[in-house]
Design a protein around this ligand. Structure first.
Ligand code: PLP
Length: 404
């Protein structure tokens, strides 16, 4: 992309393909991978100038790497943020954000519907460093308000959430955070900037597990945080010291993934919408949790802050005898032949998982119940296979329920 083009005039599809393109003297059309741990200098004096910070430039791939930087710049452009820091995984991005911005005595308010491992960070590690967390129901603004204390520094949510596709009001929560001197941090993993731009709605920091839709084909682990120069500088300082940085190879995979992000998100959302509508009227399905359905409690809110509803949904199943238990869920899952039984999502391959015994297996019973992760709940992450083939496979699951 020529330097005289103003990126703010370009749309997300174009930015995902054309921003921060890397080009060496070899003039390769595809971005090169700078697979190197360190960089060399013309002289000892230049090395000294680089290390002292007098002269900008690469030193070591834990600090900067051109391929990782290209991914960071491209994602920052897509989210509409000033800066981006890439991490080794989504969890490294989440924990790195907390450890760089919080201090002992600080308080965090979080949606209780967050990625299961995030709860482990709250309970085992933040607590150990004297940082308290209060969990609230994401869609109940009064609970967020009531949880805020003078020492609250961060409000954290994932919207839509995993696995129930609950939706939080980003603009209202941003206002609440700012009125109380706190930051609003949004995990935008399930929508990606192709469907939702939380910064435009007032959010301060955006978190990604690049492992999911940014890659889009289930190949690499990665994470990222996007936001204003401050506090991103603090987070950059942390990742350089903590070493939880992204591999250049993974960054290259994510750069290629971003090129098709919008197309995939739209196509996968369309399939998910069609399947959710179909599943909702099938016998054996007690309930479908998908924000695209009118029956979803935050359907209107989702429509106002997302351009589509994403590809993740959950269903509650019931066997012919009326049992809504683990056996029913497992019977449904085990009857599928095409869909992959795996806890990952964001892939072009459709996946199915039983959250209560996998992603949320380590969450205590009480929290599981409060988060709505029941024994008969099944999560589906819809990929790009033919819709009729997906329907036929899900029908195998439904048939297994009917014959129980
Ligand atoms: C997967 C996921 C994470 C964690 O990401 P990893 O790359 O697995 O560390 C965080 N948040 C959400 C919403 C996720 O789906």
């Amino acid at each position: 992309m020529s330097d005289d083009l103003d990126p703010t005039t370009l749309n997300v599809e174009t930015l995902a393909i054309r921003t921060a393109q890397l080009r060496t003297d070899e003039m390769a059309h595809s971005d090169p991978i700078f697979m190197t741990s360190s960089f060399v200098y013309e002289s000892a004096a230049q090395a000294a100038a680089r290390f002292s910070g007098e002269e900008p430039g690469n030193i070591y791939s834990r600090f900067t790497n051109p391929t990782v930087r290209a991914f960071e710049q491209r994602l920052a452009a897509l989210e509409g943020g000033e800066a981006c820091v890439a991490f080794a995984s989504g969890m490294a991005a989440i924990s790195g954000t907390f450890f760089s911005l919080l201090a002992p005595g600080d308080h965090l308010v979080s949606s209780r519907s967050v990625f299961g491992t995030t709860n482990v960070i709250y309970d085992r590690y933040l607590k150990k460093f004297g940082i308290d967390t209060t969990l609230v129901d994401m869609s109940d603004l009064s609970q967020w308000e009531a949880a805020i204390r003078p020492e609250t520094k961060i409000l954290f949510l994932e919207t839509p959430s995993n696995p129930l596709a609950e939706v939080g009001d980003i603009a209202a929560l941003a206002k609440l955070a700012h009125d109380n001197g706190a930051l609003l941090v949004v995990d935008n993993c399930f929508c990606t900037p192709a469907l939702q731009k939380p910064i435009e709605l007032g959010a301060d920091l955006i978190i990604h597990s690049a492992t999911k839709y940014l890659d889009g084909q289930g190949r690499c682990l990665g994470g990222a945080v996007v936001g204003p120069k401050e506090p991103m500088n603090e987070i950059l300082g942390f990742v350089r010291s903590a070493g939880s940085c992204m591999s250049p190879f993974n960054a290259w995979v994510f750069i290629k993934g971003l090129e098709t992000l919008s197309l995939r998100m739209q196509a996968q959302s369309e399939r998910a919408m069609a399947l959710a509508e179909w599943l909702e009227v099938q016998p054996g399905v007690a309930r479908v949790h998908y924000a695209g359905l009118k029956s979803h409690p935050q359907h209107d809110l989702a429509g106002s802050q997302q351009s589509a509803y994403g590809a993740v949904m959950s269903i509650e199943v019931e066997d012919a005898a009326g049992n809504r238990d683990r056996q029913a869920a497992w019977r449904f899952i085990d009857a599928t032949r095409l869909i992959s039984i795996t806890a990952n999502l964001g892939d072009v391959k459709t996946t199915v998982t039983h959250p209560a015994t996998t992603t949320h297996g380590r969450v205590n019973e009480e929290e599981k119940q409060r988060a709505g992760v029941t024994e008969n709940l099944i999560r589906l992450a819809i990929g790009l296979e033919g819709i009729d083939d997906l329907k036929a496979d899900l029908s195998r699951g439904l048939k297994a329920l009917a014959s129980a």
